[in-house]
Design a protein around this ligand. Structure first.
Ligand code: ZN
Length: 266
């Protein structure tokens, strides 16, 4: 399923695989003039290609290597002749994407077909706008944010998911996410366009709430660690019980991983 909506000059394509008439997880792509930011998952790639026909898309730029952001690359390149660009650190992973996904990833997103983007530079230009490419590691090591300073737009991908995010995957580093969110906040964006399709305005308070939350949690986890507490007990101390997502995702998304990620170095 694809829902298309206009947000000033930005067009949002909110996409998700329908299961029993419901979308369980949304991904998003955003069209700014002739540049599309991210390409969704492979399950919706054909539908996205049809929705983009006649819209004059010249290039697709990826924010990071996860399968819900790159899954449409190959089909869009083949059917619409678009050029592909991605962060340099993502290129090898896009050329041979992970085909052995967890069952929940297979169900919702599926493995991305291989694609061969060119490396992103420091800017992405359209006729009227100039998007700065800002490295924003933490969610992954290769994530970038596309920031248009004149308009105050920040295409944040998965750098910001919710004001108080509590679940992480084991590869995430929440201290880095905190540092990357602070760096973005210093640029004072007006609107955040997120990887799950939320258009958050004003962006400032939402970013500030997340930064305060991550700082508070980092402080609490550090205190508990000094007392010798292990992450499973920290979950009970801070959240009473583990997230129901932990079982659904074979231990991938959990509160425990979030707390562990706050103990990693920034
Ligand atoms: Zn991601």
């Amino acid at each position: 399923m694809i829902e298309i909506s206009g947000h000033g000059p930005v067009t949002r394509f909110k996409m998700g695989r329908e299961l029993n008439g419901q979308v369980m997880y949304w991904c998003a792509a955003y069209l700014v003039e002739d540049v599309l930011i991210d390409s969704g998952c492979v399950h919706t790639a054909g539908e996205l290609a049809r929705a983009l026909e006649g819209r004059g898309v010249r290039a697709v730029v990826n924010s990071h290597h996860h399968e819900d952001h790159i899954g449409g690359n190959a089909i869009l390149a083949e059917r619409l002749g678009v050029e592909l660009f991605a962060p340099a650190a993502a290129l090898e992973r896009l050329a041979s994407p992970d085909q052995e996904l967890y069952p929940y990833q297979m169900l919702m997103w599926g493995p991305a077909p291989p694609s061969r983007p060119q490396p992103l530079g420091t800017q992405v230009r359209t006729a009227s706008y100039c998007l700065e490419v800002i490295p924003a590691p933490g969610h992954t090591d290769d994530l970038v944010v596309f920031h248009e300073p004149e308009q105050g737009w920040a295409f944040v991908s998965d750098l910001w998911v919710a004001p108080r995010q509590k679940t992480s995957r084991d590869h995430e580093n929440s201290r880095q996410i905190l540092a990357s969110q602070k760096a973005l906040a210093a640029r004072e964006p007006k609107v955040m366009f997120t990887g799950m399709g939320d258009v958050v305005a004003p962006a400032g308070p939402a970013l500030a709430e997340s930064i305060a939350w991550l700082e508070e949690m980092a402080r609490k986890v550090a205190e508990l660690a000094v007392r010798g507490m292990e992450p499973p007990d920290m979950v009970k101390e801070l959240f009473e019980r583990e997230s129901s997502l932990m079982a659904l995702t074979q231990n991938q998304l959990s509160y425990e991983n979030f707390l562990r990620s706050l103990l990693k170095g920034a």
